[in-house]
Ligand binder design. Structure first.
Ligand code: ATP
Length: 377
């Protein structure tokens, strides 16, 4: 399988109104998710938002206090983890140090025979090839790098041929470069097998790079569930806008203007712009487009929150912009991220040249996204 599943693929895992409380603490609540067969689905969000708990509920290590979990149309309430046919990989690889690599992978077969009538040895060899560690069966896990150990853990999880692969922060113990390599490997193994995968990470870049869809979680509940590009380009909330990548969020009030309508914004000839008063400046923002009904268009006096990515805030552009003060800069190699102050607000831009003093920054109305509008799936 080379591409992700389409929207019509059967549902592999469904969470309906799922909640989990521990005494007084609500770990997750109101979780409604439908994960499709073959999908690489990621739960992402800050520490404590309920990612791990959601994964443990799917695995069967915990039972929900509310709601229902189904695999296909089978309700898995009360079904123990070993009977759910899931493979699980944790953050700290948890390989047994007194066993060889091959024995560790073979341990994955303790509850079941190898699929397809293979012998255990054949299955172990096949899995080590799959994770690109051929010929390591007799090695001691301690002799492997962190990334290699994590691939052994994946081989062990996949050995019984599970229907579902669950990965909980599998890269968080690795350094940045290794993480980038491993995530490509994980993605390619997942594609090769076409296995439905639920992945947990707090790293939004990792989530965007590997997933077919992501659920951005906050306070125990998914706030937006959508493909990576949608989450990035059309965040459904201020929280998502700020959690996923750098962003500039503006809060204002729709101003009186020339009817608020101006045809032909960017590539979408039906989009309009509205003037928005943000701290005394009037900024034009594209709204609507073909997908939107007439009554979704904001009216003068409505409050409106929109965001503009740093790469879309153009330095030196006086039209549709503001004048701000350069405050600090971070040299990132390919680009420099400059923080600007404007009326008590902070803006972030990317530039090639260092900036100082007062700078004009402006944006194309079509590059602004109105938060909350058409979050889409
Ligand atoms: P992290 O990235 O830090 O692991 P997370 O998003 O995975 O965070 P969870 O581990 O699912 O979040 O925790 C969600 C909330 O539930 C937290 O407030 C946590 O303290 C609480 N919680 C989780 N497990 C338990 C437990 N066994 N007993 C009590 N509270 C718990």
């Amino acid at each position: 399988r080379k591409t992700g599943p389409d929207a019509n693929a059967p549902v592999a895992v469904e969470l309906e109104g799922v909640g989990k409380r521990y005494d007084g603490t609500v770990a997750v609540q109101d979780v409604d998710l439908r994960i499709r067969e073959g999908e690489f689905f990621t739960l992402v969000g800050p520490s404590g938002c309920g990612k791990t708990t959601t994964l443990r509920l799917i695995a069967g290590f915990e039972e929900p206090t509310e709601g229902r979990i189904r695999f296909g149309d089978r309700d898995v309430s009360g079904v123990p983890p070993e009977a759910r046919n899931v493979g699980v990989v944790f953050q700290n690889y948890a390989l047994f140090p007194h066993m060889t690599v091959g024995e560790n992978v073979g341990y994955g077969l303790r509850f079941s025979e190898p699929p397809g009538g293979a012998s255990r040895e054949e299955r172990v060899r096949e899995l080590l090839e799959l994770v690109d560690l051929p010929g390591t069966a007799d090695r001691d896990p301690e002799s492997l790098s962190g990334g290699q150990r994590q691939r052994v853990a994946m081989a062990r999880a996949l050995a019984p041929g599970p229907d579902l692969l669950l990965l909980d922060e599998p890269m968080s113990a690795l350094d940045a470069r290794l993480r980038e390599r491993l995530r490509l490997q994980v993605r390619s193994i997942q594609r090769e097998l076409g296995i439905t995968t639920v992945y947990v990470t707090h790293d939004q870049e990792e989530a965007l790079s590997v997933s077919d869809r992501v659920a951005v979680m906050r306070g125990g509940t998914p706030e937006q569930v959508a493909p990576p590009r949608t989450v990035y380009r059309r965040p459904a909330s201020r929280f998502v806008a700020e959690f996923v990548g750098d962003n500039n969020v503006f809060e204002g009030v729709v101003a009186e203007g020339n009817g608020g309508v101006e045809a032909g914004v960017g590539a979408d000839s039906t989009a309009r712009t509205v003037p928005v008063d943000v701290g005394g400046e009037t900024l034009r923002v594209a709204v609507g487009g073909e997908a939107d009904a007439e009554d979704d268009v904001p009216r003068p006096g409505d409050s409106l929150t929109f965001c503009v990515r740093p790469q879309h805030l153009r330095v030196g552009r006086t039209e549709n912009g503001v004048r701000a003060e350069a405050e600090s800069a971070e040299f990132l190699g390919e680009t420099t991220r400059v923080h600007l102050g404007w009326g008590g607000r902070e803006l972030v831009v990317r530039t090639e040249d260092p900036l100082s003093g007062t700078v004009a920054v402006g944006f194309d109305p079509a590059d602004a996204h109105v938060i909350g509008a058409d979050p889409g799936e």
